[in-house]
Design a protein around this ligand. Structure first.
Ligand code: Z5A
Length: 217
């Protein structure tokens, strides 16, 4: 992990828009690493602790409060602070491989970007809340908006959460922001095409983990 504190574990996050296949790939990677005898912890954001799951419900309920942008960013930061302190750091300290479905880069993409909160503010909140913890590897899965929409329609019908239900322009801006972050930090990010069948995407993820973090492919 990259916050100046040495811990024996490895921290991998999956990022990208809705329906790109993050949860599917998190599960496949966890199974593969467990098959190699590794101690693996799978978790997600917002969530991962009882407190953070309660904040998740506040944030994503489509019939709930329409939070202002700063309030939304503070709630994500608060949920993350609890998750990092109670779950992620202890697991890394015992040497586990922690795989997290979304993390700080989601806040940077969804609550940051053009016309929203500046990146420095979001990173400052992350420093205060979570000691600035960053993953060793961030897998950015990318698919076309058409593929994502088709998968979500098949899975959820027309239902969506408070943030997922925003318009196509918002989601295009989020995708652009993820790509910008990946270009700015090529050593941490790996961009992977999520449009192929799940097993083929998993093979690309495996190769990337093996190359970047030294696990057997
Ligand atoms: N959010 C935020 O604004 N700020 C933050 O800091 C954080 C989050 C942390 C969380 O939603 C929302 O919070 C999210 C961002 C915001 N809203 N939006 N947008 P969530 O946790 O409920 O959901 P999600 O993270 O957006 O993911 P998702 O919709 O569940 O999609 P996914 O995990 O990327 O995909 P999946 O569940 O693995 O796959 C979706 C479907 O496609 C499913 O039926 C699969 O079987 C199928 N699938 C998956 N892979 C394939 C392939 N390769 N081929 C064909 N079909 C596939």
């Amino acid at each position: 992990m990259t916050d100046g504190t040495e811990a024996p574990g490895r921290f991998i996050t999956f990022e990208g828009g809705e329906g790109v296949g993050k949860s599917t790939q998190v599960r496949l990677l966890a199974d593969w690493l467990e098959g190699q005898g590794k101690d693996v912890l799978v978790t997600r954001e917002p969530g991962g602790t009882p407190g953070a799951e309660a904040i998740r419900a506040l944030l994503l309920d489509p019939t709930g409060t329409d939070w202002t942008l700063p309030a939304e960013a503070l709630l994500f930061a608060a949920a993350r602070a609890d998750h990092v302190a109670r779950v992620i750091r202890p697991a890394l300290a015992r040497g586990a491989w922690v795989i997290c479905d979304r993390f700080i880069d989601s806040t940077r993409a969804y609550q940051g970007g053009e016309g929203a909160l500046p990146d420095e503010v979001i990173l400052q909140l992350h420093k205060v809340g979570s000691g600035g913890l960053l993953p060793d590897l961030t897998v950015l899965l990318e698919v076309s908006p058409q593929i994502a929409a088709r998968r979500l329609l098949q899975r959820d019908g027309l239902a969506s959460d408070r943030i997922g239900g925003r318009d196509a322009r918002f989601h295009a801006r989020v995708a652009h922001r993820f790509a910008e972050m990946a270009a700015a930090e090529p050593h941490r990010f790996a961009r992977i095409d999520g449009g192929a069948v799940a097993e083929a995407v998993h093979a690309a993820v495996r190769a990337c983990v093996a190359q970047r973090l030294g696990s057997k492919a």
